[in-house]
Design a binder for this molecule. Structure first.
Ligand SMILES: NC(=O)NCCC[C@H](N)C(=O)O
Length: 418
């Protein structure tokens, strides 16, 4: 196979909002059925998802996206490369390191589509007498119920790629699937890895995509969160400068105990001039500290709020308050991914319709038109470029997985806007 880094890159992301051209998603599948009330915490779930309902919500989400860009699916992309001996060997050997079992030899013999199915949906181990008696199931290959949050296990920054170093082992196989795609898939040629989480399993060296936000080609926000650690962020910044031209990193320091696992659960950009935020974390005495890190100078400077720090770097962003101005609604809607929008054009974003107070705020304070997903898909409502709109889709089941529109998309190509 030809090397994915020797030809001109096909991936490029220099902002959060530039016109989206290509995005990677994963339609939730039977892997979600592995989650039960007794193991949900281990699988990083707050609740149990109804699969058919989640699938239909996700289908609607992808249908909206596909009106604006090419939507690639993890399964299809893997299917297109898995029969290459090098890819198959990479996947099987590396997955066996993460989840060792007797299966290795068997996996080499099974057809490509079945192999991918087992990697994603997992493979139950035969029940022994104790498991039978105790009504327990174990897995030889772990299922990946968080894979539909494609944002987290890989990130494109400019022309280069970060492979996540996932905080919890239940998401480690996701890193490998993503790495295989960026290593071998001809549609995903890139400028190389800035950081490769598959080589990094120290528990205090972790970085996940929900914590990486590209504001400008030279400026990234990184959340220091439950999921992304100081050591990994420090390890990342030199690579961000050398491989991706990032000169400024603003580290937003989230509290250790937080309803937000990632930065993108409290902050997303929705236009060149606007972002949606969880107010208590940015305004008032509980606001989060921000550290300005300049890789080139190795220096660090503390700021006491994000907006001040951004202004000093020439970024003037107007915050829209998630949940509006009522604390109860702010908290409720933050929980249901009310800050978590994905932009398909500057000023055109997708978000969960249940977050009504946030939507009203976007309408009243920033002139966003609220467009119902069905009306958009049936052509009853048209979204025009240059006219601010939020396409509101239902995600009552999807949200139980712990994320929203941004979490469910990994942009691989956006037009530059600055
Ligand atoms: N960027 C995001 O916030 N992604 C959501 C990930 C949810 C998933 N259940 C997790 O806990 O990892």
């Amino acid at each position: 196979m030809s090397e994915n880094t020797t030809q001109r890159p096909t991936v490029r992301v220099t902002s959060e909002i530039g016109p989206l051209r290509t995005v990677i998603c994963h339609a939730p599948g039977p892997e979600l059925l592995a989650v039960t009330p007794s193991n949900r915490e281990q699988y990083l779930y707050d609740d149990i998802i109804d699969l058919p309902q989640a699938q239909s919500e996700h289908q609607q989400f992808r249908a909206i996206l596909s009106r604006f860009c090419e939507v690639l699916n993890v399964r299809d992309l893997l299917a297109e490369i898995v029969d290459e001996p090098e890819v198959r060997k990479f996947l099987i050997n590396r997955v066996m390191e993460v989840a060792p079992s007797e299966l290795g030899g068997v996996l080499h013999e099974i057809p490509g589509p079945q192999l991918i199915k087992q990697f994603i949906e997992g493979k139950e181990a035969p029940q022994g007498p104790i498991s039978k008696m105790l009504h327990k199931v174990s897995y030889e290959l772990p299922p990946l119920p968080n894979l539909f949050f494609t944002r987290d296990a890989a990130m494109v920054v400019n022309d280069a790629v970060i492979i996540g170093a996932m905080r919890y082992a239940v998401r480690w196989t996701e890193e490998l699937l993503m790495k295989a795609l960026f290593l071998y898939h001809p549609m995903l040629r890139n400028g190389g890895f800035i950081y490769d989480g598959t080589e990094e399993h120290r528990s205090d060296w972790t970085i996940e995509g929900g914590d990486v936000i590209i504001v400008r080609p030279d400026l990234a926000l990184v959340g220091l969160s439950e999921r992304s650690s100081p050591a990994a962020i420090e390890g990342l910044v030199d690579g961000l400068r050398e491989k991706a031209g990032i000169e400024h990193v603003l580290v937003v320091v989230l509290p250790t105990e937080s309803p937000a696992i990632h930065l993108d659960m409290i902050f997303t950009m929705v236009d060149t001039t606007h972002c949606v935020v969880y107010p208590p974390y940015f305004f008032g005495p509980q606001r989060l500290p921000v550290l300005h890190y300049r890789p080139e100078q190795k220096g660090i400077r503390a700021h006491d709020d994000l907006f001040g720090a951004l202004k000093q770097l020439g970024v003037d962003l107007e915050p829209i308050w998630c949940g509006g101005h009522h604390p109860t609604q702010q908290e409720r809607e933050q929980w249901s991914s009310g800050c978590n929008f994905v932009a398909v054009r500057p000023g055109i974003v997708l978000g969960y319709s249940r977050n009504e107070a946030t939507m009203r705020e976007m309408q009243d304070r920033a002139g966003f038109r609220i467009v119902d997903a069905i009306d958009f898909l049936t052509g009853k409502e048209v979204v025009r470029e240059g006219e601010r709109s939020v396409i509101a889709f239902s995600g009552a089941e999807l949200v139980r997985g712990g994320g929203g529109g941004r979490c469910m998309t990994m942009p691989v190509c956006r037009d530059d806007i600055w």
